[in-house]
Design a protein around this ligand. Structure first.
Ligand code: S3P
Length: 172
């Protein structure tokens, strides 16, 4: 079986849900940002600060390419990873599939509230909302979208993703 990539905006729950999903599917779990931090030897905010966004995006693409050599994994991507056609192609070309965790902006804004300023890419809510709106069409290019209210528990989100996957395997 090929990799399953979770995509979506910061605060959507990709890492938490990904870890649980991997457990349920008995697959290995890769957190792309953790892999980048381990490979580069720096925390993500430090990479942004010392080397800039372009360098981070290069590491992100290299990390995605690396995941294609790991089979059967659930991969939680960073919020910008799927907003690039080349990256999405890397995920899908190797037979991988992607799931967009579609959480409404109001919920994401509340979740990100305390972190604004600490995270790379966003300093104000207005800026974050603009970024979210610009990115959402890219996330919708994922193989599947799981529409969430944001009130689900992580376990419920896992069940919804599994339902989508089960529907696919029944139909084929
Ligand atoms: C980013 C999201 C972060 C991380 C980096 C850039 C983005 O990951 O990859 O700070 O551009 O949205 P999370 O979505 O896991 O917070």
């Amino acid at each position: 079986m090929s990799n399953l990539y979770l995509v979506g905006f910061m605060g959507a729950g990709k890492s938490l849900v990904g870890r649980l999903l991997a457990e349920r599917l008995d697959r290995s779990f890769v957190d792309l940002d953790v892999h980048i931090e381990e490979t580069v030897g720096m925390a993500i905010p430090e990479i942004f600060e010392a080397q800039g966004e372009d360098a981070f995006r290069r590491y992100e693409r290299e990390a995605l390419a690396w995941t294609t050599r790991v089979s059967d994994a659930v991969v939680a991507t960073g919020g910008g990873a799927a907003c690039d056609a080349v990256n999405l192609n890397i995920m899908h070309a190797s037979g991988g599939r992607s799931v967009f965790l579609d959480v409404p902006w109001s919920v994401l804004a509340a979740r990100l509230g305390q972190d604004l300023g600490d995270r790379p890419m966003i300093t104000t809510e207005k800026e974050a909302k603009r970024l979210f709106e610009a990115r959402r069409p890219h996330y919708q290019e994922a193989s599947w979208t799981v529409a969430l209210t944001g009130r689900e528990t992580p376990e419920q989100v896992v069940s919804l993703v599994l339902e989508v996957l089960a529907g696919v395997s029944c139909a084929t």
